[in-house]
Design a protein around this ligand. Structure first.
Ligand code: UN1
Length: 513
């Protein structure tokens, strides 16, 4: 195999063959059993990571609590300075980290670099924000009184992240949580534990350089049970969880049972509506990248195209031709467009979905299938597929994390397409391809898309850091990254100050002694 510099990347990132998987800042703990990380790229065993024991978990939480006591007292812009330094380190490690993401997770190297770029972007955003954590002031009904609100740090933020964005999602949470004065405990996906080790090593340099308290950034590893320790733990006021809707429902219930806060980023079932006035060339590029980018494993991946009948055949033919051009193979080789799925279990789900769509009456326009032979030894490479289907099919209603695109036809008015677009349980991302202003505005209006993200003339994936990221319905309702997403990482306090010598009561109540 061509040497893509993986060994050097692992070395630069401080990942060895057996890694301790539990850390409080710069301290690492022994751990229990091991998680083995295999690359979906070539099937090779990359390295091992030890899991967190219950005793270690308690130590982690106690250390994080202790760090919070001093970290929250540092002025927010000073915390921003720490995040600025973290962003600088990420610039330094961008290439090895992008490479590790690509090798451990399987997305293209370009997308691996893009993920690290998102980390850098959120750091920049958070640095500015550290001087902008503002509340409102209100006029009091009482004379000589002042009323305002402020946002205070919350405490420990527990982060549970998924394999598909193995580094960026952590940073969207941590960069904001840190400037807000919180400390973080991260449980990365068991499928990408080495990305977690690498990130913790990078932030540990910043912690060390600045003599910060241990516990600002903690790492734990293990299966869902380790996640459950956090979701059930009163010492963790906010749980931010990214993953399947099934996982999200379990997390939400556990956190709600103790009246904690949760931030949920769950499944999507994202559609692009293609209207008669759409720019077809743009549509095809947007749809193909949306459907096959990250091998269809983004929560914002394009799953459904809702195409007007008048241009249906034209779009269909252009898509089939474009799929014929796709090069599938090693994602570190920049000539390839599509890499592997995360593991063979994901391949199984992809195959089941293809069988189901046919069983339910769909028709495959681009047949999928598992690739075998040279270069495909890991057993995780599949061909992106296109199926003609109907929105009510069970399989179309379901989010399959794989490169399968469903073509749906609509006739008549845009309303019919919007009804199909909204006619799923998920509500993350959506898009319309149109050159008609009325259609675009109708789609964005309160009678239009019901998703957290609604785009015009771009695809469903590739959201920027500056906007709030998240979705409605079974996507979980959480918002991360830009806009005012920072507010969930803080607690709000309303303050009323009396600067007179009298004590008038609100609502005009008289109470004289
Ligand atoms: C995800 O798939 O979990 O919009 C997040 C995008 C990325 C985020 C995807 N910025 O594609």
């Amino acid at each position: 195999m061509i040497d893509f510099g993986i060994k050097e990347a692992l070395q630069l990132l401080g990942v060895s063959s057996i890694n301790k998987g539990t850390s409080t800042g710069t301290q690492w703990y022994q751990g229990g059993s091991e998680i083995i990380s295999h690359s979906p790229v070539d099937g090779a065993l990359i390295a091992k990571v030890t899991t967190t024991t219950p005793q270690e978990y308690d130590k982690v939480i106690a250390t994080a609590q202790e760090a919070f006591v001093s970290w929250r007292m540092l002025p927010a812009p000073k915390r921003g300075e720490i995040v600025r330094q973290f962003g600088e380190k990420l610039r330094k490690y961008k290439e090895p980290l992008g490479k590790l993401v690509s090798y451990e997770m399987g997305k293209s190297y370009q997308e691996g670099l893009g993920e690290v770029q998102e980390m850098i972007d959120i750091c920049d955003f958070a640095v500015g924000l550290s001087r902008q954590l503002h509340g409102l002031t209100m006029h009091s009904e009482r004379p000589g009184h002042r009323m305002y609100e402020q946002y205070h740090p919350l405490g420990i933020v527990g982060i549970i992240s998924a394999f598909n964005f193995p580094v960026a999602v952590w940073s969207w949470n941590t960069a904001l949580a840190w400037i807000c004065g919180d400390v973080c405990v991260w449980k990365p996906s068991e499928k990408t534990p080495l990305c977690g080790i690498a990130c913790q090593n990078i932030i540990a340099e910043v912690i060390k350089d600045n003599n910060l308290p241990e516990g600002i950034s903690c790492l734990i590893n293990g299966d869902y049970q380790v996640g459950e320790w956090m979701t059930n733990d009163n010492r963790v006021p906010l749980i931010s969880a990214t993953g399947s809707t099934r996982m999200g429902k379990t997390v939400a219930q556990a956190v709600a049972a103790r009246l904690g806060k949760s931030l949920l980023e769950l499944g999507g079932n994202n559609a692009i509506i293609v209207t008669p006035s759409a720019d077809i060339k743009m549509t095809v590029i947007g749809a193909v990248f949306g459907a096959v980018g990250t091998a269809g494993q983004r929560c914002t991946s394009t799953r459904r195209l809702i195409i007007h009948e008048s241009i249906y055949d034209q779009v269909k033919e252009a898509l089939v031709a474009a799929y014929g051009q796709l090069r599938i193979g090693n994602p570190l080789d920049q000539n390839n467009h599509v890499g592997p799925l995360i593991d063979t279990a994901a391949v199984g789900m992809y195959e089941t979905a293809l069988n189901k769509v046919v069983e339910e009456g769909g028709k495959l326009l681009v047949e999928g299938g598992l690739l075998t032979g040279e270069g495909y030894e890991s057993g995780c490479y599949v061909k992106p597929a296109i199926a003609e289907a109907e929105n009510h099919f069970q399989i179309v209603q379901h989010e399959t994390f794989a490169p399968i695109l469903y073509l749906l036809k609509y006739s008549g008015e845009l309303e019919n397409a919007i009804e199909l677009q909204n006619g799923v349980v998920q509500g993350l991302s959506s898009a319309i391809m149109t050159t008609n202003l009325r259609e675009a505005e109708r789609f964005l209006s309160h009678g239009g898309s019901d998703c957290g993200i609604a785009n015009v003339n771009i695809g469903t994936s590739g959201a920027e850091i500056g906007g709030a990221f998240g979705g409605e319905k079974e996507t979980g309702g959480g918002r991360e990254s830009g806009s005012d997403a920072w507010k969930i990482y803080m607690r709000r306090q309303t303050n009323t100050i009396n600067y007179t010598a009298d004590l008038p009561l609100a609502q005009g109540i008289k109470f004289d002694l």
